[in-house]
Design a protein. Structure first.
Lengths: 159, 159
DNA sequence: GCAGGTTGGTGTAGCTTCTTCACGATGAGT
DNA sequence: ACTCATCGTGAAGAAGCTACACCAACCTGC
């Protein structure tokens, strides 16, 4: 493997290290609010799209409807959300943030912005711009790779 | 929030998107080899440090010894590792890669290098260098933040 | 040489996330 | 009114993780 290739591998390794650190940091912060990653993800989505039936949440979060039932059960028991009646469909229940839930999500949002400031605030603007440009490149490449892989998987085992 | 601050938040969001994509991609690839993320992490560590007692693996992976027992059980049942007798300590068992396990880990290593090439190979060198420079900055910042947080937590609840 | 504390691994019990399958209740189209 | 699709949930189970209890084997110090 050439020196250039090794530098690519090292860069990927550092990205993976970053993902681990971010995940750990997030999980620890959420635990302080009595939340887990999955539950917080649901709350976050709720902040984004407003009260929603569980089916919608399952699609948005890309998990099974049954899983959403469990997450909402837990969030309801701990006072983050309530299940309201959907006036338009008696089968469905509108998952809704409580006041407490909304305030916690708002705090999470502030903490995210703080983290962004802590990470990038001290970086010279030109370096920041170069970094985000490279980041966009990587994201685009990754998106196309994932799409190609999905196509290949479909071709091998068409659903 | 100023425009600059918003750009920081957007950058962080894109990093988080990257972590999600990488994690999904990795999990899907591993599933094809009959592995999960946790089990693959153990195999990877084994490749790095060679045959090791479970206690050592628990420390290296930062999980409970009990958890390692379960992971090794599964990896042993699926033929990736064996538990060898430690000649120096009859309590301990040396977790050792089988031939199959070693070849799979080797393939994982190659796939990682391929991914790195796919992600960075088409990037102009100056952009790549600028990206990794920014990445290093972010990693350093994050490391110090995590360290500070750990210190604060220790101060609040000294173990 | 052996009592006493330490360490390595695992049984038990439990939580969380996630899945699939089955089923009841409701909604919607013919 | 009948049929079929849809919403949510019970049941069962895989996988990762934890803490606690316990045994066997190791290591000290007398």
């Amino acid at each position: 493997m050439s020196a250039v290739e090794e530098s690519w591998t090292r860069a990927l390794e550092r990205i993976l290290e970053l993902t681990v650190l971010l995940h750990q940091d997030a999980a620890r912060g959420l635990a302080r609010d009595g939340l887990t990653t999955s539950r917080a993800t649901l709350l976050w989505k709720l902040r984004e799209i407003g009260p929603a039936p569980q089916r919608r949440l399952a699609e948005e979060l890309d998990v099974s409807p049954r899983n959403v039932t469990g997450l909402v059960d837990a969030l309801e028991a701990t006072g983050f959300v309530t299940r309201e009646h959907d006036p338009a469909d008696r089968r469905a229940s509108l998952v809704t943030l409580t006041e407490h839930g909304a305030s916690v999500v708002e705090r999470l949002r502030r903490q995210r912005d703080e983290l962004a400031r802590d990470l990038f605030g001290a970086m010279p603007e030109t370096r920041f711009d170069a970094f985000t440009a490279g980041l966009d490149d990587v994201l685009r490449r990754l998106h196309t790779l994932v799409a190609e892989e999905a196509r290949a998987a479909d071709g091998a085992a068409p659903s």
